[in-house]
Write a protein that binds this ligand. Structure first.
Ligand code: NAD
Ligand code: TYD
Length: 339
């Protein structure tokens, strides 16, 4: 079984490749454009162990309409798992252009090439953010109407609709997964958890947007990867599955937990101007995935967070390499504008 994984040098893609190489006998082809968020160092040990045997890396863009058909043929691809995307809401506010291109045009390009080739399944990795925002009660189900509020979530929702149309129109075997906020090893330090950790490590103020009351449903990346694997083996074409961690926390609570684990003072928390269009709350109803796929999150949040912080502490060379260049440039600019 040959799987084309796009965006495999990013956070979730890296964890998925590691999971599948360890837990299955599949051959995995990783196509990545290596944007600021794509780090080939994430896969050094994978390359040493499996490179040229069950793991192949291709540097390229999912928008490249010549490259994709070539790769589908070259590797006799059976499955596509599309992680490749611009993924940070704040960046989509300052520079939406590349989100439209990679997340919409790129997904279309993959779908069209895969449809022409005729593959077994196409898994589109989407997000809970396509549903918009919840009030203090309720959870998103797969039937919640799409109501995205940021350029990022709008681009992901557009891709979901293209996937749906390819199933309805061409009977193309696409499955959409919508997952809540992931955390775990290899996450780029622009997202809340690694950003808070890294700033706390250097005793820098941690920007908390608005009131800090916004709620996210946190899932360990390993649980998300297991859910995707279940979709490859069990999901019916045309289906949509929510994945979540059943772990709702306010942003203020998250940062306090991180500071407590690290033995740092609460006065590092710095309330700043809110994110425009900031969604108040996300929470996932994933009973469909439990019933039909047997999915259940296994990593408790307290344990998962401690292990994640340990991972960052024990991988300081990764942290140092990531912290140069683009990460610092964007974070510092964005932060300055908000204080
Ligand atoms: P990430 O930003 O860490 O990684 C994205 C990867 O895609 C990078 O390696 C980047 O180089 C690559 N990429 C970007 N544009 C590309 C293009 N045009 N062609 C080829 N490669 C390209 O993102 P992530 O957090 O790992 O998220 C992966 C996917 O999961 C995204 O589609 C995202 O929308 C979705 N998702 C993320 C979360 C989360 O909490 N991080 C939750 C739900 C869904
Ligand atoms: P983020 O990790 O960017 O994920 P998403 O916006 O996709 O949910 O943000 C998680 C939450 O943390 C969100 O409510 C915004 C908030 N946040 C901060 O308060 N400060 C920060 O520096 C960042 C990056 C996020």
């Amino acid at each position: 079984m040959n799987i084309l994984v796009t965006g495999g040098c990013g956070f979730i893609g890296t964890n998925f490749l590691r999971h599948m190489l360890n837990e299955s006998s599949c051959t995995l082809i990783n196509l990545d454009k290596l944007t600021y968020a794509g780090n080939p160092r994430n896969l050094t040990s994978i390359n040493e162990e499996y490179g040229g045997k069950r793991y192949f890396f291709e540097h390229g863009d999912i928008c490249d309409s010549l490259l994709i058909p070539e790769l589908l043929n070259k590797y006799s691809i059976d499955f596509v798992v599309n992680f490749a995307a611009e993924s940070h809401v704040d960046r989509s506010i300052t520079d939406p252009d590349v989100f439209i291109r990679s997340n919409i045009q790129g997904t279309y390009n993959l779908l069209e090439a895969a449809r022409r080739k005729g593959i077994k399944k196409f898994i589109q990795i989407s997000t809970d953010e396509v549903y918009g925002s919840l009030g203090s009660k309720g959870r998103f189900t797969e039937n919640t109407p799409l109501a995205p509020n940021s350029p990022y979530s709008a681009s992901k929702a557009a891709a979901d609709l293209l996937c749906r149309s390819f199933h309805r129109t061409y009977d193309f075997p696409v499955i959409i997964t919508r997952c809540s906020n992931n955390y775990g090893p290899f996450q780029f330090p622009e997202k809340l958890i690694p950003l808070s950790f890294m700033r706390a490590l250097k005793d820098l103020p941690i920007p908390l947007y608005g009131s800090g009351e916004n709620v996210r449903d946190w899932i360990h990346v390993n649980d998300h990867c297991r859910g995707i694997e279940l979709c490859i083996s069990k999901a019916d074409p045309g289906s949509v599955y929510n994945f979540g961690g059943d772990s709702e926390y306010k942003n203020l609570e998250i940062i306090r937990k991180i500071l407590e684990i690290m033995g740092k003072p609460d006065d590092l928390i710095h309330f700043v101007k809110d994110r425009p269009g900031h969604d108040l709350r996300y929470a996932m109803d994933f009973t469909l995935a439990t019933r039909e796929l047997g999915f259940m999150p296994e990593v408790g949040f307290a344990e998962g967070l401690e292990k994640t912080i340990d991972w960052y502490l024990n991988n300081q060379d990764w942290v140092e390499c990531i912290q140069s260049g683009e990460y610092l440039r964007f974070t510092e600019l964005w932060y300055k504008e908000r204080v």
